[in-house]
Ligand binder design. Sequence first.
Ligand code: UGA
Length: 432
Amino acid sequence: MKLCMIGTGYVGLVSGVCFSDLGNTVYCVDKDREKIDLLNKGIIPIYEPGLEEILRRNYKQKRLIFTTDLKFAVQKSDIVFICVGTPTKKNSNSADLKYVFQVANEIKKYISKYKIIITKSTVPVATGDKIEKILQKLKKKKIVDVVSNPEFLREGEAIKDFVSPDRVIIGTASDKANKILKSLYLPIVKKTSRYLRTSRRGAELIKYASNGFLATKITFINELANLCEKTGVDIKDISVGMGSDERIGERFLRAGPAYGGSCFPKDTRALLDTAKQFSTNLSIVNSVINSNEKRKLLLTKRVKKILKNNFKNKKITFLGVTFKPNTDDMREASSLFMIPYFAKRGSIINYFDPTGSKKEFSKIKRVFYKSDIKSACYNADIVIIHTEWNEFKFLNFKNLIKNKNFKIFDLRNIYSPNKMKKNNISYHAIGR
Ligand code: UGA
């Protein structure tokens, strides 16, 4: 099939590249010429393990076309995916849909034969209705169907998630569109994964409900970790003990810092906003958002306690600063709150991240990027393991750190408290 992905951000690029690998011809469009030029050279502007190789392979086969020419790409395609950003509006919880509507207004000029228009961007309930209104003349002529097909890709695991999804959600009232999309997804909907057809509004809400629930699961275990710290129970046992119940499931029960990234914080806020618009009380989601925000401060207080109430001139090392491993994404990472907090109180921060230095910290006094683990740890009073990259999992801290009284604060519970104790290391973790 011939597909057009509008927007070569995370969702558009990963989906476009993976669809081309299934044998489709994919036109990836972006207004950003620099980005398109890079992609045409085989360079990807995001950090996603394995993506560049698949891109190059399909580019060579001419199944992937990168262009700024929206008209050309839309006219060539049978299915048009809208994959532009839906960031949170300033001073509000609601998703900003201006880019989505801009695209709908532009593409309507280029459609003269049947096409399926799909929102893959995360959009609030009833956005599809509004897009259909923009395209109403074409809808009347029966040459468009507007469908919701949310994505469930995790950064760092996106290719795996695309190729073996737990489910593919298609929201449409059109049998014709459904039939076409079923055959598009056939190669990846294996026996074990579900192809679920629902209403368009249903598909839009499934996306928010999923992210809202996962954020709730994480927040639940994080709050229980606080209780474990006071009761001498190990949160890891709680996660396994609870998670072994199939009804609960063990994934997304890892206690840690506040959840971050470009999705959970934004989508929980937007879900709350939608509920407000429809006069519905989603008090659980509201609590999750508040609890997650408070968690950032709570963790800094723990550091304060570990450092015996003294931040001044303390050397604090951060191992990893991104919101999770296998990504260079800094959006809503806990480190964005913690590092400036400590620096402002007189600490000296050295950080190392496998994806390099971060512009977010470049102008903050007393914050320094170190290009390897050893130089980041050398002088440390405390090492904070912020992100669970594999390369942080087998460190010999006694060899790395000069200061004899150093402390470790493991926000991801990577290390064994018993082994640390045996080695006489002052080790602090989450919920244990
Ligand atoms: C998330 C969802 O997992 C995807 O299904 C969804 O498609 C995507 O959002 C999206 O809406 O586009 P992502 O933001 O890439 O994916 O990251 P996750 O792996 O879900 O992690 C989010 C945050 O939760 C991270 O800060 C991570 O460290 C934290 N987390 C995750 C925990 O603290 N504990 C866990 O057990 C799992």
